[in-house]
Design a protein around this ligand. Structure first.
Ligand code: HEC
Length: 409
């Protein structure tokens, strides 16, 4: 499992000021952390960030974190929130999203956003009205999930009218056994999870639409899915589907705090945000606390979370006056990568003796210049040579994902 890294920031965006139409200034708490799985060293700093509206939901669009608010969508780049503009081909618009109600990450990259003025997709850093809108005129969207890619992509909607699937532009509607209204939906390659307003939690085979109920799980407060996993935050604790299809219940550990939000990404892992911190979940049934206890500012109630492809974990929530994202920064060369190369590669390459190509693998510019040969040599096991100390799995994953997520200096 790849380990995401380094920093968690918590931003608190004041709500009360927004109601008066001003930008709210809000503290940012930075938690310094050597690795997501290691313990926080307890360093907590506060700074401020300006934002305008209540955060409703957060999602990943692959690279960036999307923050859906009552005013529209923002992207989070690790330091600031930037408004995401709408680009409509139709001169009549819509040119703004209005209040966001739900977002869903697409396995192929990008995301769907459901908002007041319809359904949008992300493309090249902007939001584009979805062609599917025409067939969804009568649908009030409460939750979204995406399954599959390309022509086989399915958009699943928890709507006021029932469960709706749109694929290849065609809409199908499904009722749930308890007659309830679906509130949330999550999708993996293997199954759908749907929670209803009748306290039902259903596992649905998305091909044959066979429905089975997961008993004793009410009430459900969050669902999260990625192509290889499904998770639910229920009254009994957290349940997750293991690779054999069985559901595992993670008994709540009172010391880890009260569960609040879930974030799942196949590359990064599954995370549970509690009122006291962040836990990493594994399908085998364990939940390990990442770092120390977090004291959320102002009694903040974290309710939604997302993790993106470059190692950002974002949690947002609110009490009467505040909302907060938490962000884990990606791997950095200096902190995470250079020490590995220094130990395992420079032992030969720094001297250039005995015909070894002369390289300094602690030099960022030299390393990014030969990214492909490095990935090829470590991937095929040719470097370090067999008789020398090797990269362990975590080190290998760290190097590969560091290159894959933009090779941060
Ligand atoms: C035992 C000494 C030794 C160690 C340790 C070692 N290398 Fe090498 N490396 C060599 C030699 C000798 C060559 C030239 C022969 C070849 O290309 O296979 C080489 C070639 C390379 C090349 C291709 C030439 C170039 O520089 O473009 C790359 C890339 C490389 N090594 C990367 C690494 C990395 C990354 C590590 C550490 C993970 C590492 N090496 C550790 C001895 C070493």
């Amino acid at each position: 499992m790849m380990r995401t890294q380094i920093l968690l920031w918590v931003l608190v965006l004041g709500l009360s000021a927004c109601e008066q139409g001003e930008l709210a200034s809000s503290p940012v708490i930075e938690l310094d952390n050597a690795a997501m799985t290691a313990s926080f060293d307890g360093q907590v700093d506060a700074t401020t960030l300006d934002a305008g509206a209540a955060i409703v939901t957060v999602a990943s669009d692959g690279g960036a974190v999307l923050v859906g608010t009552a005013d529209g969508v923002f992207t989070w780049n690790g330091t600031e929130l930037t408004v995401m503009d709408v680009y409509a081909e139709d001169p009549a618009g819509p040119w703004v999203t209005g209040a966001v109600t739900a977002m869903a990450t697409r396995p192929q990259g990008g995301a769907f956003v459901a908002a007041e003025s319809g359904l949008f997709t992300t493309a090249y850093g902007v939001l584009v009205p979805s062609p599917v809108n025409a067939s969804l005129q009568d649908v009030v969207i409460g939750g979204l999930a995406v399954r599959g890619q390309g022509e086989a992509e399915e958009l699943w909607i928890a709507a006021d009218s029932g469960l709706v699937r749109v694929t290849a532009g065609l809409r199908s509607d499904f009722d749930l056994p308890d007659g309830g209204r679906p509130l949330m939906v999550a999708a993996s390659d293997a199954a759908l999870l749907v929670a209803t307003d009748q306290d039902g939690l259903y596992v649905i085979d998305p091909v044959g639409m066979a429905v089975s109920r997961l008993d004793g799980a009410a009430p459900v407060s969050a669902l999260a899915g990625a192509p290889s996993q499904l998770w639910a935050l229920t009254g009994e604790g957290v349940i997750g589907q293991a690779t054999d299809g069985a559901w595992t219940v993670f008994a709540g550990d009172p010391a880890a705090g009260e569960p609040r939000g879930l974030a799942v990404d196949d590359a990064q892992g599954a995370f549970l945000v509690t009122d006291m911190g962040v836990l990493e979940l594994t399908a085998g049934g364990s939940a390990a606390t990442i770092g120390d206890t977090v004291t959320w500012p102002q009694g903040l109630q974290v309710t939604v979370a997302a993790v993106d492809g470059s190692g950002h974990l974002v949690a947002a929530g609110f009490d009467a006056t505040a909302v907060a994202p938490v962000v884990g920064a990606p791997l950095s060369f200096e902190v995470d990568i250079a020490p590995i190369f220094e130990r395992l590669c420079n032992s030969c390459h720094i001297s250039g003796a005995s015909g070894v190509p002369l390289r300094d693998f602690t030099d960022y510019a030299q390393v990014v210049a030969i990214a492909d040969p490095i990935l090829e040599r470590i991937g095929t096991g040719l470097m370090p040579p067999a008789e020398m100390p090797q990269l362990n799995d975590d080190e290998y994953d760290a190097v590969v994902s560091w290159f894959a997520t933009g090779a941060t200096p």
